[in-house]
Structure formats: C-alpha cells, structure tokens
Design a protein around this ligand. Structure first.
Ligand SMILES: [Zn+2]
Ligand SMILES: [Zn+2]
Length: 342
C-alpha cells in the first residue's frame, strides 16, 4: 500500500510502498477514505514535538471503510463506514478503568507512536472504532476525531454549564467546533478571538461574536462586551504564551480557562490578580475520550455540529501536496482544515 512517512523530524514526508499491516484478532483493517491534516502533524514533522517512534505514518484524524475484520471482532463487518478514536488503549489498566483512557499505560496514538492515516490502509482495534452514520461525510468524520473531540473534552473539563459565557482563543479547526459545541451545551454567548479576518468571519457564521486580536487587546474587548464581568469559560486553542495569558485574564469571578493548545513555552500568571483574587482556575486538557465520540456523532447527524465550512480543502495522498499543507500550517496559514482523500 502507499503511505506518506515521516522518516526524520525536520525533513519533508516521503512516499513509500509498504506491506499491508497485520490484522490481530480484535483489529479492523480500514481503507482510509479521509485523513485530516492537523496542526500537530506540522509540529511532529518540524520536531517541535519530539517523536520516539520513527519512521512513522502520520495522521490521527481518520475515517474509512472496514476492509477486513480480525476473527474475534463482533461489532463491525466488512463495508461498515467508521471513524477512529485516535488512541489504541488496553481497556483494563488503572487509567482505562477510571475512564481516563488517554493516559492508558500501554496506549498508542495513531500518527504519533503507531502508524496513522496518511496511507491507503490502517489497522486499529475495534474498541477504537465508531460507526459513522451516512449523514456524515468521511471528511467530517475524520476531523471530528481530533478537533471536535478535543474541543468537547476541553469544554467538559472547564465544566461549562448552560447559561454561561465562553471565549474561544483560536478560531481554526478546534475553534469552529468549540463554538458550535459550546452552543450545543447551552452557552449564552461565545466570543471568538483570532487575528485572521477569514477565521473571524467563519466564527461569526457559526454564531460567535468575533473579537479581532490584531486590532487591540482582546481581553479589554471581552471585558467591554461583557459589561466588565469577563467570561465564565475560556478555551485556549493556539498554544502560545500570549493567548494562554489572555485566556485567564479575560475570566470572570470563578471562571475556568481550559488550555488545549500545544506549546511548551512558559507563561506568566500573576497569582493574586489572575487566580486567587477571582478564584479562577487554569485547567490542562489532554486529548479526549472515546466515550465523548457518540455525542459528537449525534450532534453532527442533527446538523448542530456542522463541519461543512471547516473542511476548506481536500488533497490527494501525495507527498508534495501534503508537505505543502504542513508548510502552510507551520506558518499559521489561512486554511482551517485540509483533508487527504486517498
Ligand atoms: Zn489533530
Ligand atoms: Zn489502559
């Protein structure tokens, strides 16, 4: 099968011919129909996020069709449309038992330490697969597995309650989902902060109030727009120290900032003004849970999570085309989300 491989970090992906992966008793062999190109893939390629397993096939946002099933598989059959939770987990360690399977002690993430979806086929345990309803296109099913799922997990970690206000920092792939999911969960108002006009317009079309951070301090603007109060929940989806600081400085009393943007540069918290004085919380968000996926699929089926404007481009399974998308993501380019359709 054809696959795009990351052989060395800091170098472009290369196209290779590989043997079909082996199918264990509980595994599905899946023909990839859509694989999202995520900002984290750009970090993996450029080396900002070190990878232990190389060479590897990137791609953790995958939807496709079951081609073959292992002999112990009961829940799926050949021809089923599915999407894949990006973690392969054991289901029986202490973390899995407590429902925190993103910390599974033998957990593997596709496209990170297990071969992912930038290929014609992928193998995954059936416990990581979910039937993809016919109403949902493969491209949408794929990107839901990362951006939408992580946005929902962030909103749940931030304990968003109906009637509260939300600020979303970064109106890209995660942000467009976060805006809609916040509304599904009953948010009264959602502010979308970005520096790109196109992304602010997309956010507005999803019902958010745009806040242009290229034109003045977004914290001041959010304070003005909320009568000086600030927001109950802020989601940081960019990963820069500046947006992390802005995300908790715009909080109301007892507000919660959930930080999901990948970054490792330190940021500054003023203990009294930012935290104690308002009983504010800063919460780290890592990945998401398989148990959150059925809810997403339900909302997508009913059109309450609409990703039709989130997928801005499709590209073939071609090294030059995919490397160009990753270059663009590295420069925070205009695309919200490009998807490989092999
Ligand atoms: Zn992703
Ligand atoms: Zn486990």
């Amino acid at each position: 099968m054809r696959a795009l491989r990351l052989v060395e970090q800091g170098k472009p992906l290369v196209e290779m011919d590989l043997d079909l992966p082996g199918v264990g008793p509980h595994d599905l062999l899946v023909r990839v129909r859509a694989a999202g190109i995520c900002h984290s893939d750009a970090h993996y390629r450029d080396g900002t996020v070190p990878l232990k397993t190389l060479p590897i096939t990137p791609g953790h946002e995958v939807a496709g069709v079951v081609e073959r099933t292992g002999e112990a598989v009961r829940g799926f059959k050949q021809g089923d449309r599915i999407c894949l939770h990006y973690m392969a987990t054991c289901g029986c360690c202490g973390h899995c038992d407590r429902g925190n399977e993103q910390f599974c002690i033998t957990g593997q993430m596709i496209g990170n330490n297990r071969d992912g979806g930038y290929a014609e086929y992928i193998v995954m345990p059936e416990r990581s697969a979910f039937l993809l309803p016919h109403e949902i296109p493969f491209e949408h099913g794929a990107i839901m597995m990362c951006s939408s799922a992580t946005s929902l997990h962030a909103l749940r970690k931030a304990r968003l309650a109906a009637g509260e206000t939300v600020a979303v920092f970064g109106a890209g792939g995660l942000g467009t989902s976060a805006i809609q999911l916040a509304r599904c969960l009953g948010a009264l108002e959602v502010f979308a902060v970005d520096i790109r006009q196109g992304k602010l317009e997309a956010a507005q079309s999803y019902g958010a109030i745009p806040v242009d951070a290229a034109d003045g301090d977004p914290v001041e603007k959010i304070k003005q727009l909320t009568g000086g109060r600030g927001v109950d929940v802020a989601l940081e989806l960019v990963g820069s120290p500046k947006t992390m600081e802005q995300s908790f400085r715009c909080l109301a009393v007892q507000g919660r900032a959930a930080v999901a943007g990948l970054g490792d540069e330190p940021f500054e918290i003023r203990p009294y003004r930012d935290l104690l004085g308002r009983e504010a919380e800063v919460i780290g968000v890592s990945d998401h849970l398989a148990s959150e996926i059925p809810q997403l699929l339900e909302w997508a089926c009913r059109g309450r999570l609409d990703l039709s404007r989130a997928v801005t481009r499709t590209v073939p399974l071609d090294a030059a085309a995919v490397n160009a998308v990753l270059d663009d993501l590295g420069r925070f380019g205009g695309d919200i989300r490009a998807v490989i359709t092999p």
